[in-house]
Write a protein that binds this ligand. Structure first.
Ligand code: TYM
Length: 334
């Protein structure tokens, strides 16, 4: 703490976490935790922009917390918390909403895609979602935001909003940078490799969940869509195979070239079998630890309560400044 630079990132408890989340974002969270002052959030406020079953949302939020810890995030080193526990997020979001243009939000690719899918439930929250995300980030004077490729546009909006506030009211927010991995920032669907892997996919063979059992992982990789070229090559013309090589490389730490060389002249069968085993071995310790953590509810409660207290203190500082600058009368003198 103190002089360390600040990281903020989060994931929605709107479904189970996938291998895409893990490779695109969480692996970096774990790797960066020693070097930075990190805030890792379970963004339940974001999750209700699509309808959620309340009991399931509670269960997923707790399971997600267990997964954060099981992946290797140390609750002593990091501030791990639940977004709805820190009311400054929604308070700042309101102020930033008044500074964000409809046109900017209309351009957000994720909004355009989601609104196509859920025309019957086109609520205002889905539209202003990126503003809440900007509030998440800006509250903590964040330097770096480790995310996958699909969040890049939201990050750019957060930067624009920060700059706009700073220029209108004077320097208040740090302007954050995205931290996106060079390889693995966009893990693709196993069934339609031109689409990203997503927990909301209707076809469960399209994604691998962090808590999938070994037999499910073997089945899903075996059924993963490839091509008729028949050569293990890292090429945009073979998106399915390219995606599997990326997964293999990120989880085993071996270079893409080494992997391609190993399977030269061997077709896809053995390569797919080995990829499944690499995934199983990478996820096994996480799954086992999650089971253990979920049976220690008191511990999980302590982690999120401590996290909320720490986050609240940091967030309140920024919110106080913001309220003062926009011209609100302080409730009491500090
Ligand atoms: P979410 O919950 O959709 O995803 C969490 C993280 O996983 C990354 N990700 C992927 N990376 C690679 N390949 C994929 N197929 C893949 N799918 C998901 C996402 O890029 C993300 O980093 N709006 C955010 C949550 C959020 C947030 C924030 C993130 C709310 N506030 C503040 C950073 C900072 C979201 O929906 O992520």
């Amino acid at each position: 703490m103190g002089d360390k630079k600040v990281i903020f990132s989060g994931a929605q408890p709107s479904g189970e976490l996938t291998l895409g989340n893990y490779i695109g974002a969480f692996k970096n969270w774990v790797e960066l935790q020693d070097e930075f002052d990190c805030y890792y959030c379970i963004v339940d406020l974001h999750a209700i922009t699509v309808p959620q079953e309340p009991a399931l949302l509670r269960k997923r939020s707790l399971t997600q917390l267990a997964q954060y810890i099981a992946m290797g995030l140390d609750p002593e080193k990091n501030t791990i918390f639940i977004q709805s526990h820190v009311s400054a997020h929604t308070e700042l979001a309101w102020v930033l909403n008044c500074l964000t243009y409809m046109g900017e939000l209309n351009r957000m690719t994720q909004f355009k895609e989601k609104s196509k899918k859920s025309e019957a439930n086109l609520n205002a929250g889905l539209f202003t979602y990126p503003v809440l995300m900007a509030a998440d980030i800006l509250l903590y004077q964040t330097d770096l935001v480790p995310v996958g490729e699909d969040q890049k546009q939201h990050l750019e909006l957060a930067r624009d909003i920060a700059k706009r506030f700073n220029s209108r009211y004077s320097e208040t927010f740090k302007v954050p940078e995205a931290y996106i991995p060079k390889v693995g920032a966009r893990i693709m669907s196993l069934q339609e490799p031109e689409k990203k892997m997503s927990k909301s996919d209707e076809n469960e063979n399209a994604y691998i969940l962090l808590l999938d059992k070994p037999e499910d992982i073997r089945r899903k990789i075996k059924r993963a869509v490839t091509d008729s070229v028949g050569v293990v090559r890292y090429s945009d013309e073979q998106m399915g195979i390219k995606n599997l090589i990326t997964i293999y490389s990120k989880l085993s730490g071996e270079s893409v070239d080494d992997i391609v060389n190993r399977y030269e002249g061997q077709g896809y069968g053995k390569f797919k079998e080995d990829t499944a085993e690499v995934i199983i071995e990478a996820l096994r310790p996480i799954r086992e630890k999650v089971d253990y953590l979920l049976s220690n509810r008191d511990y999980l409660e302590k982690v999120y309560m401590d996290g909320a207290n720490k986050a609240e203190r940091a967030a309140a500082k920024t919110l106080r400044k913001v309220y003062k600058k926009v011209g609100f009368i302080p409730r009491k003198y500090e």
